[in-house]
Unconditional design. Structure first.
Ligand SMILES: Cc1cc2nc3c(=O)[nH]c(=O)nc-3n(C[C@H](O)[C@H](O)[C@H](O)COP(=O)(O)OP(=O)(O)OC[C@H]3O[C@@H](n4cnc5c(N)ncnc54)[C@H](O)[C@@H]3O)c2cc1C
Length: 381
């Protein structure tokens, strides 16, 4: 890996993640050794600025690390991706006081942050939320509501919570699809704040079973005004900031596609099929797919900034579809041995499917791409 600084994903770290991925897929819990290795690696602070104790890495470097981790332990990779997506939001939208309070906790103490945005019954675009924040008589905020599918929630030290504010002016949702709604805000909330309840058991998902993805209840949680990260149109900008920077879940899909391809190679080696022409053709196909997906991710940060958000939605769809296709090709090649429950390819395939459902899921990406394309069409003179 060509990364800034001295960091390298060493063999011991990789082995911890690999073993942990297998264990977590069986137990459905976050693997303690993998999480501990992640916290100790310093990677949670990789996108924190050096002023606040981090490494100051950009999205290109972060994508590279996230891809590498995803090849070994995709659950840990999505935890790291979502964590970094919060870090960049604090860096961009936080006040100096907020940065001083939250970022050194991440960079120096290895604290992990989770995004609590999705709700039972709310759609992927997050335009209608039932979690509300109201000001109380002291000027602080009271947050009330429930969130679900929050990655890392069972082990996180703090949360970024998306809430609906009381409507301050005449607002109507735009007719076209958006990511986020009107009068919403993001708050930073400690996991041990009074009124925060996290069921200890994660959701029993098919894939990403080691990601601690679960639910959280906010029962009249009091949050100081200083812990509101942003509100109004800044919230919409904050939601799409990772896409604007080129930080992408596509990196996880590339790592998964690489892992599936490596599984096929291992199988061919064990069975003495390396010289078999049919295998070589299948391997070539997967190689093309993995490299194209990686190129789509690299191009996000290397290419121009003006249409990066559009390209990020395209890359999310194309890379997640590619990783699913590669898994399908490899499963076909493995035959019935790959159909055994314990075979790695089954975990990898289920993890690959999960990325498609993660925000923004494929159907929302397609709507957002369509909206951007139609608004950029030259008007008929
Ligand atoms: C592994 C995993 C990790 C996650 N981590 C987090 C997290 O950390 N934080 C968080 O807040 N959320 C998280 N989520 C939730 C995720 O962000 C989704 O937004 C959420 O699951 C809702 O998406 P949905 O597609 O189910 O919802 P819906 O929008 O309700 O869509 C449901 C289905 O309806 C259909 N549909 C809906 N609208 C359309 C349309 N316009 N066109 C075509 N079909 C449509 C599609 O088939 C779609 O799959 C996670 C989800 C997963 C699976």
């Amino acid at each position: 890996m060509n990364l800034p600084g001295e960091f390298s994903v060493g063999p011991e770290f990789r082995e911890t993640l690999r073993t942990g991925a297998r264990r977590a897929h069986e137990t459905g819990e976050v693997d303690a050794a993998s999480l501990d290795a992640l916290r100790r690696s310093g990677l949670l602070g990789m996108m924190v600025s050096t002023d606040h104790g981090g490494w100051g890495w950009d999205a290109a470097a972060a994508n590279t690390v996230i891809e590498g981790i995803a090849a070994d332990n995709p659950s840990i990779a999505i935890m790291l991706y979502l964590h970094c997506a919060v870090v960049v939001r604090i860096e961009k939208f936080g006040t100096e006081e907020q940065k001083k309070n939250w970022l050194p906790r991440v960079a120096r103490r290895g604290q992990l942050v989770a995004s609590a945005w999705s709700e039972p019954g709310s759609s992927a675009d997050k335009r209608s939320l039932s979690t509300k924040a109201q000001r109380d008589a002291t000027g602080a905020w009271q947050i009330k509501g429930g969130k679900t599918f929050s990655t890392s929630v069972t082990v996180a030290d703090f949360f970024i919570v998306l809430v609906q504010l009381p409507t301050t002016h005449e607002t109507a949702h735009a007719a076209e699809p958006t990511y986020g709604g009107s009068d919403q805000a993001l708050f930073l909330v400690d996991a041990d704040a009074s009124g925060v309840h996290v069921p200890p058991t994660p959701l029993d998902m098919s894939g990403m079973r080691g990601s601690g993805t679960g639910m959280v209840q906010f029962q009249d949680v009091t949050v100081a005004d200083r812990d509101m990260l942003c509100s109004g149109s800044a919230t919409t900008e904050a939601i799409q900031l990772p896409h604007q920077l080129g930080l992408t879940l596509g990196a996880v899909s590339v790592g998964l596609a690489q892992a599936a391809r490596d599984t096929a190679l291992g199988h061919a080696r064990n069975r003495g099929l390396l010289e078999d022409e049919r295998f070589q053709r299948q391997l070539a196909l997967t190689e093309v797919a993995v490299r194209s997906a990686r190129a789509a991710v690299s191009e996000l940060t290397a290419g121009p900034a003006h249409d990066r958000v559009l390209r990020a939605y395209c890359a999310k769809v194309s890379t997640s579809t590619t990783s699913q296709t590669v898994c399908g090709t490899v499963r076909g090649f493995l035959g019935s041995s790959g159909y055994l429950h314990a075979h790695e390819i089954n975990r990898i395939s289920q993890d690959a499917d999960a990325v498609m459902h993660m925000g923004p899921p494929t159907h929302l990406c397609l709507d957002l791409i369509a909206t951007r394309l139609s608004s950029s069409r030259p008007s008929a003179a």
